[in-house]
Design a protein around this ligand. Structure first.
Ligand code: SF4
Ligand code: SF4
Length: 337
């Protein structure tokens, strides 16, 4: 276990691009010095955009319909992402399941994930809306998906652990932590573990929700409050849907993808004009079902929600996924009697 400041860690990353929370921009972006690194708590967006950019060029081409004129974008060089929380690191793994398991590999995501050094910060003071501890194997100090794991000791001093070979190599020159530092780190850890909300019933939730899919009584008028703004999906670290478009730039073209949202009416509109999710009722249900049921049923281990609480904080009308899970659990218990 090592110890150091933000600057000490930044210096270990010499030569790499570093993405971190940038306060004035309210999002993750490239930083050139440790001084520019803000607090992940102060920005609404997750670090997802370092792995799945909001606007990503897939390829350039000179002439429509001529595959020989296609040029791939530059290769991705090794880069570091500072300030993922444990929930964010887990979310990147879940996106990885969708993008890289099965018959097709999304090479854009795979290359970025592979090239990234993930610097994850544990949470001694989880926000009131955080509930990662409600999910199996997760919590505010889970090291899953990290390369370097930080435990904040005070405002600019960290216990530092290399959790992968590359992580260990990068921090090798930092001084070893003292017993006092380690004891302080343990206290911080306990503080976070004690504070995290574990009250959201997630055990067997996928089946509970599946049984409620068609239940008008359960879904009630939730959708009346949903504006279809898509904010919940943009701030969510584990939402991964995108749209593909082409644009002309001078006498050349590019094909790119941009984040999309299941909360938009056009998302499922088919060329025939038919829309299988014609109203917000079906769209908000889809989001809740995907997060709390469908993904786990399909992939086996995890819910697609990691309990980061961002959608709870940012939804302009106060729609709260925790309440949907709690109501589902209560509804089934009440109706089982
Ligand atoms: S749930 Fe909230 S944030 Fe999401 S689309 Fe509806 S109103 Fe917007
Ligand atoms: S709490 Fe909301 S934003 Fe966070 S992972 Fe779950 S669904 Fe996504």
């Amino acid at each position: 276990m090592k110890v150091g400041t933000k600057k000490d860690i930044f210096d270990c990353l010499q030569g790499m691009k570093v993405y971190a929370p940038v306060g004035e921009k309210l999002r993750f972006g490239e930083v050139k010095s440790a001084d520019e690194i803000g607090s992940p708590e102060s920005i609404p967006l997750s670090p997802k955009e370092a792995f799945v950019p909001q606007d990503e060029t897939l390829f350039f081409y000179d002439r429509p319909g001529d595959p020989s004129s296609i040029k791939e974008p530059d290769n991705v060089e090794q880069f570091a992402v500072w300030g993922l929380h444990p929930c964010d690191a887990k979310a990147m793994q879940l996106i990885g399941k969708v993008y890289t398991e099965g018959n097709y590999t999304d090479t854009y995501f795979a290359k970025r994930y592979e090239a990234s050094v993930k610097i994850v910060i544990g949470c001694p003071h989880p926000r009131q809306t955080c509930f990662c501890g409600s999910f199996d194997g997760m919590g505010p100090f889970s090291e899953v998906g990290s390369d370097i794991f930080l435990i904040p000791l005070d405002s600019d001093r960290f216990l530092i652990k290399g959790t992968t070979e590359i992580g260990e190599k990068l921090i090798a020159s930092l001084p070893d932590a003292t017993d006092i530092d380690i004891a302080k780190g343990e206290k911080q850890k306990k503080r976070g573990e004690d504070a995290i909300d574990r009250s959201v019933p997630t055990d067997g939730l996928e089946k509970t929700m599946e049984n409620l899919f068609d239940n008008e009584d359960f879904w009630g008028d939730l959708h009346h409050r949903c504006l279809g703004c898509g904010i919940c999906t943009y701030v969510c670290p584990s939402c991964y849907c995108f749209d593909i478009q082409d644009e002309r730039i001078g006498d050349k073209y590019r094909r790119y993808r941009v984040w999309d949202s299941c909360q938009f009416g056009l998302f499922t509109l088919e060329a025939s004009g038919h829309n299988p999710r014609p109203t917000q009722k079906e769209r908000i249900r889809q989001r809740m079902m995907h997060k709390l049921s469908f993904f786990k049923i399909r992939y086996g281990d995890d819910q697609l929600c990691v309990g980061c609480g961002r959608c709870v904080t940012e939804c302009p009308t106060g729609i709260d996924i925790r309440n949907v899970a709690k109501r589902a659990d209560a509804y089934l218990k009440a109706n089982a009697k």
